[in-house]
Write a protein that binds this ligand. Sequence first.
Ligand code: GLY
Length: 354
Amino acid sequence: MKIEQHLRISVGDGYDVYIGSGILENCGRFISELFPQRNCMIISESNVAPLYLEKVRTSCEDAGLTVSSFVFPAGEEQKTLETFGSILNALADAHLTRKDFVIALGGGVCGDMTGFAAGCYMRGIPFVQIPTTVLSMVDSSVGGKCAVDLPQGKNLAGVFHQPSLVLCDMDTLETLSPEVFADGCAEAIKTGILDGKELYELLQEGPEDGRLAQIIGRCIAYKGGVVERDEKEQSERKLLNLGHTAGHAIEKCSNFAISHGSAVAIGTAMMARAADALSFSTEPLSEDVESLLKDYRLPVTTDFEPEELLEAALTDKKRSGKLITIIMPEAIGHCVMREVTREQLLEIFTAGWR
Ligand code: GLY
């Protein structure tokens, strides 16, 4: 095992994040230090479980934990109240108590639903995140946002429930398809635009030669800092939604055929183009941002018209009253929140559209 980065996120009781390789085989050691001799349930999904579930189970059992497991079908469309209910039933059937805990083994969907179930089961039991995609490592496994989608919209039912430990094993990224890999890179590039030159330049150098672990570590450190200052998204945490107002609208207009990462990439490119066109940016941004996104094989344009995107965006949960909060990049490392009217949002979408 090689641990490349160790971070501490100081929210609530605080939790450690480890990034490295060979961690799955050794995860029981980390987990049993926190929860010695306890019962736990590993929650995973049908693509990830055949690859890693037994490895995690064996390591946990060897470390003295009593382990059960529950596997649900893979896919974004599984992020529902129904799957959430089946996880709660599995926890109850296994007689887990408040002293016990849950392990989320998988990507963002798995982490979100497991965290939500852990946050509700017996009014809240601890959970460990073992993310297996770039997206879940750089974004969703840290920060405690756990939710499911409702027919009316994405992530409409959920809780803030921070994990007790996050274990990022880089070996799990080797089995990702290029599309799923690129999807996570969109969130990393978004974070690079927020965080500034050091992460942005690391992203420009590319994920090769061991830089991916550094990129992931830097993204988590940035996000961890934001979450420490604003856990419940009252202000600064909203910055993490850069590219997401247009992104969610694109996902919605495509009936979710366009993945979250691709939609965020297009949304981020749109905001950079709008920032240049409307002179919000203090330095030219869009060419650079577009070229970085393309380097990671991410799309930067959409066929959905600005008016269609506006309608979809107006049903987004980030709308409060008549104003919509959007995140506007002004420079690499400097993004601001803007409260805009429907008309101003249309102007921004139109200026950034391509
Ligand atoms: N994914 C954005 C956040 O966790 O706030």
